[in-house]
Ligand binder design. Structure first.
Ligand code: HAM
Length: 510
């Protein structure tokens, strides 16, 4: 993969494994399955911000209170409920809880704790106090709380270390575009970047679908004058993918191609979809009913068999492309035909992420069953702006590495793909140093060398060499070193010859 990326002048970028939740919510889209239900998201600091509030509150009121029960120390309790304390405050029992930016659910929780406490302490009514950070709740919050019998005390802590919402990256495009904006990569003109790394989605695991999976992806992104918008970029990326798969020996792939238009077309299309869905949506699954209202395009993601006949009859984006999008799409197809990359047009292909514009595509492969998309991608001309950056049209893709490996295994067992050691060096007693010197020399010739140990008897060295699948075994004994010629044995044929040091690399390579 790296060789192919090099030939097309792509360079590696490594973005963080987790980023702020907002990046994905804005980049990938709130209404997508990924953001709505598949992200691993948490508040950083393990509840320490709430704890900081609690300590500040207790010390502020230290003169008036006696602590009856200290806050829980276990982190898991702290993050679930927010730390709290039972206290005697101005002569009354009180139950308090500290929570940065509390929600109504936190109020309910405190109310339940109050009721439980009341039941346990023979009907005594505790005072309930929710301690928060000044400005972290809405104006109506204290009123709602008051109706529930809870006082809200807003602390003003100027040096407060506010927690952040973070998410394990579900995909890499948003991270690359964030890096592009933050590091002003537009000054480099067109950026051609690739990445290889883990992504995380909380999906139901099955064959070819994992919660931590690996993607090999690339993005071509830059300011419009760098040619980043040109159909030549789309075609280059698609032709590179065809080359990649062919070189890996996966030749029976199928390229599904569509244009999802620009925001202009999308608005009209969404409106037409809404209208078409109105009379039929009640017959569809719960997800589609919701999508029909919020984001009708997502109806095309539906996998429920009963909904498919309805979806088949819906209008298609291809009928709504404006002049610019249509010519762009035709130009992409024209280059693909010229370079000989076969494709199928599929105007149901909308992809599961909101940032796509114009060209969208997937490569499928029969070996993968239901999860048959080996890779997917497309153009995202407005993503940078929606993340607060400059105009930066781009196009890219991500290959599911796990699925790629499955396809390869289907074709040929790993045995035949992985390169085995060319030679196993077996040092006789006391010869570890000389053996290491030989290994160093041979590895410089780009040979794969496995190095044994001089405590092994010869029989054990032969067993080890056979086990790792080495082609040759090279014996390094005192006599050999003196003669500067070594016994080299072909493990498959059993043929053994003595080879001068200078000829070893050439001999082994043959
Ligand atoms: P995506 O279609 O969501 O696109 O994912 C790309 C590929 O990742 C899929 O075709 C599939 O092979 C693999 N994949 C996705 N989810 C899983 C999973 N749970 N287990 C195993 N493999 C999985 C993107 O992620 C876009 N960022 C691609 C892109 C780059 N578009 C423009 N630039």
């Amino acid at each position: 993969m790296r060789e192919v990326f090099r030939a097309y002048n792509f360079q590696e970028i490594r973005t963080p494994i987790f980023e702020s939740t907002e990046l994905f919510a804005r980049g990938v889209g709130e209404e997508t399955d990924i953001v709505a239900k598949e992200m691993y998201t948490w508040e950083d600091g393990g509840g320490s911000a709430d704890y900081e509030l609690l300590v500040a509150w207790l010390s502020k009121h230290s003169q008036e209170i006696t602590v009856i029960q200290s806050p829980p120390t276990s982190t898991s309790q702290r993050t679930r409920l927010g730390p709290g304390a039972q206290i005697e405050w101005q002569g009354a029992w009180a139950l308090m809880r500290a929570r940065y930016a509390p929600t109504h659910a936190d109020l309910l929780q405190l109310q339940y704790s109050g009721e439980a406490w009341q039941a346990m302490s023979s009907g005594k009514n505790p005072r309930l106090v929710m301690v928060t950070l000044k400005g972290s709740v809405s104006e109506s919050f204290p009123l709602v709380a008051k109706r529930m019998g809870i006082e809200v005390d807003e602390l003003d802590l100027p040096k407060f270390n506010a927690p952040q919402m973070l998410t394990l990256r579900p995909e890499n495009t948003a991270g690359v575009v964030r890096a592009y904006i933050q590091n002003d990569l537009q000054k480099r003109g067109l950026n051609k970047l690739f990445y290889i790394g883990p992504q995380f989605r909380r999906e139901r695991p099955q064959k070819g679908r994992f919660r931590q999976f690996y993607q090999i992806g690339a993005e071509a992104i830059g300011p419009p004058p760098s040619g980043s918008e040109s159909p030549a970029r789309d075609a280059e990326i698609l032709e590179m993918l065809a080359t990649l798969l062919d070189r890996l020996g996966i030749t029976d792939w199928n390229l599904q191609l569509n244009s999802v238009g620009c925001p202009n077309d999308r608005e009209k299309f969404n409106e037409a979809l809404r209208q078409a869905l109105e009379p039929v949506k009640d017959k569809m699954c719960a997800d589609c009913q919701r999508r029909a209202v919020t984001n009708p395009l997502r109806v095309f993601d539906c996998k429920v068999p009963e909904d498919q006949p309805i979806i088949e009859k819906l209008p298609r984006i291809s009928q709504f492309l404006d002049e610019g999008c249509r010519t762009h799409f035709e130009a992409v197809q024209g280059i693909l035909t010229k370079v000989g990359v076969p494709f199928s047009l599929n105007d149901r292909l909308v992809r599961g992420l909101d940032y796509y514009t114009r060209t969208a595509f997937e490569f499928t492969h029969g070996a993968l069953g239901a999860q048959n998309a080996i890779l997917g991608g497309g153009r995202y001309d407005g993503l940078s702006e929606s993340l607060g950056g400059p105009a930066a049209p781009g196009i890219g893709f991500a290959i599911g590495e796990d699925r790629l490996v499955m396809s390869l295994q289907e074709k040929a067992p790993a045995e035949s793909i992985l390169r085995k050691p060319d030679v196993y060096i077996a040092p006789m007693a006391g010869m570890n140093g000389d053996a290491a010197r030989l290994a160093r020399e041979l590895r410089r010739h780009d040979l794969i060398v496995e190095l044994g140990d001089d405590s092994f008897r010869l029989k054990k060295s032969f067993e080890a060499a056979t086990k790792v699948g080495a082609k040759y075994i090279l014996i390094v004994g005192e006599n050999e070193v003196k003669a500067d010629a070594f016994a080299l044995k072909n493990l498959a044929t059993g043929e053994q010859i003595s080879v001068a040091r200078g000829d070893l690399a050439m001999r082994i390579r043959d």
